[in-house]
Design a protein around this ligand. Structure first.
Ligand SMILES: Cc1cc2nc3c(=O)[nH]c(=O)nc-3n(C[C@H](O)[C@H](O)[C@H](O)COP(=O)(O)O)c2cc1C
Ligand code: SF4
Length: 490
């Protein structure tokens, strides 16, 4: 992962934990309305993909155990990982694109409600994403993937001063292109072709020459609405529309979206499909369930959205009747590291990825609460426009004082902690019970994120090697790591 050049190692914030009585009166543990429901506390576990679904997207006992473990800590809201809304092969990513997924999702929802004794609202994050391929070996790219054009012939003829490139057969053309030195490729290939070669082919929302991309605005509202309906049927309390990071809906919102069909260009056009999706979802689930979204306070890529855009979108999304706005940051493909041959680009490897999940090695600002100001500015604009839509903030929040200060200063309505909750799923309960000193504190070194990147079962370095031979400890596929955080001894 990219790291700030300063690479300053920060200490964890000194944590002063409240006693039981102080915690009981804390803002963090007061209820907050969220659409048609009320969260018992303002604590929130945002979506985290743990790579525990089957290869065809079904809930497994490991998926249920993972969420049950979080529910035992009784957060106010728990959001299930990014879950695919289409009925297409997506590897071991959880899916909700067909009724056959309902049985597993229903078991998951009831396990969470039971384990939290009804205290935790359970949402599921609904995602659409476009295709991405692995970076091809150079010979394979020229032999199979490149579509030869007259431009390639002409450029090659000029470059090599050999007119036969204009007329040679296709196989010959491909092998001559493959034999070119690296430096000449920029002359012969388009920028997009060069990127396909160097990083692997990746679809964009602007590829409207392809009918399935042109038709996204016609197809997606229904797909999201069907998925939301299934989620509610399975017993979820609500859905989180995934409008963040590197995926389809965030790409529609992005300033890099130059579609010319009324769904790109100006902000009003970029938000059009996201609003149409919200309308379709709301129409389907009415006020029976919570409908919110996660989107970016800043894309952190050149030419992408910045806070100013996000503020404008926040007001429009609130006006559209969303029940919450969860603010994330970055996590884009545009600045992702070049993958090795045979690997696909991963959106959390560049600077924007760092900003999404900042680590202990940082710049002078450090990783803690680094993204709060985005949520605070968006919340101020949403409130100023007359809406009470709750705003959720995330990013390096792992201590009580900071969480409480966010609420006290009106910077957000819910405080989300992903990695800290992975490090210690009981941490909310421990604070409430005056046992803060027992909290296993996240060190923000992103061992978990590295596992995620390799699509390996996600665990935390602070507990995944402990008591491996205790009875009933499920192990990861490598046989070396436990899959669930140990229960705290009392
Ligand atoms: C292993 C892992 C998987 C994640 N998966 C998702 C995801 O499915 N959807 C999402 O919106 N964010 C995802 N995130 C980002 C987190 O929700 C969160 O925004 C980020 O980790 C910053 O919060 P934190 O500092 O509290 O960890 C993931 C993070 C981690 C560490
Ligand atoms: S692996 Fe590291 S960054 Fe991830 S939750 Fe554990 S301590 Fe935190």
């Amino acid at each position: 992962m990219w790291q700030p050049p300063e690479r300053i190692k920060h200490e964890l914030p000194s944590a002063v934990w409240p006693g039981r009585d102080q915690a009981a009166g804390a803002r963090l543990f007061q209820p907050r309305a969220i659409g048609p429901r009320t969260a018992a506390t303002r604590t929130w576990v945002p979506a985290m993909v743990p790579w525990r679904a089957t290869d065809d997207g079904f809930v497994t006992p490991d998926v249920i155990d993972w969420y049950r473990r979080f529910a035992e800590g009784k957060p106010g809201v728990l959001v299930v990982e990014a879950t695919g809304i289409r009925d297409i092969p997506s590897g071991p990513l959880l899916r909700i694109g067909h009724d056959r997924f309902l049985e597993g999702l229903t078991k998951l929802a009831s396990a969470v409600h039971e384990a939290s004794q009804g205290e935790t609202l359970l949402f599921i994050q609904l995602i659409d994403f476009l295709s991405i391929r692995r970076r091809p070996p150079r010979d394979k790219y020229f032999a199979r993937f490149l579509t030869p054009t007259p431009h390639h012939r002409e450029a090659l003829a000029q470059l090599t001063s050999d007119p036969s490139a204009r007329t040679c057969d296709e196989a010959e053309l491909r092998s001559r292109l493959a034999a070119l030195p690296e430096a000449d490729l920029t002359y012969v290939l388009s920028l997009r072709e060069l990127e396909d070669l160097e990083r692997g082919y990746r679809e964009r929302v602007t590829d409207t020459y392809a009918s399935h991309i042109a038709e996204l605005p016609q197809v997606l509202p229904e797909l999201f609405a069907n998925a939301a309906e299934r989620a509610i049927a399975a017993g979820f309390d609500g859905v989180e529309l995934h409008y963040a990071h590197a995926y389809t809906m965030a790409s529609f919102l992005s300033a890099l979206n130059t579609r010319e069909d009324g769904y790109g260009g100006a902000r009003e056009n970029r938000v059009r499909l996201p609003l149409e999706v919200i309308a379709a979802v709301r129409k389907r689930v009415s006020k029976r369930a919570v409908v919110g979204c996660r989107y970016l306070g800043d894309d952190v890529v050149e030419g992408g959205n910045h806070l100013e855009d996000a503020v404008w979108f926040g007001v429009e999304l609130a006006r559209a009747g969303l029940d919450f706005l969860s603010i994330s940051k970055g996590g884009k493909f545009e600045d992702a590291k070049q993958p090795k041959v045979g690997w696909a680009a991963y959106p959390y490897t560049g600077q924007s990825g760092y900003e999404c999940m900042p680590t202990i090695y940082s710049d002078a600002r450090g990783p803690f609460g680094r993204n709060i100001s985005l949520a605070a500015t968006i919340r101020a604009a949403v409130t100023g426009a007359g809406f009470t839509t709750p705003v959720v903030t995330a990013g390096g929040i792992s201590d009580f004082a900071r969480a409480e200060a966010i609420l006290e200063h009106g910077e957000a309505d819910f405080v989300a902690s992903a990695r800290q909750t992975l490090a210690d799923p009981d941490w909310f309960l421990k604070i409430r019970e005056g046992r803060g000193a027992e909290i296993r504190r996240c060190e923000f070194t992103n061992y978990c994120e590295a596992l995620d990147q390799q699509h390996k079962q996600v665990t935390c370095k602070l507990w995944d090697r402990s008591e491996l031979d205790a009875p009933d400890v499920p192990l990861a596929a490598d046989g070396k790591r436990r899959l669930l955080a140990p229960r705290s001894k009392r």
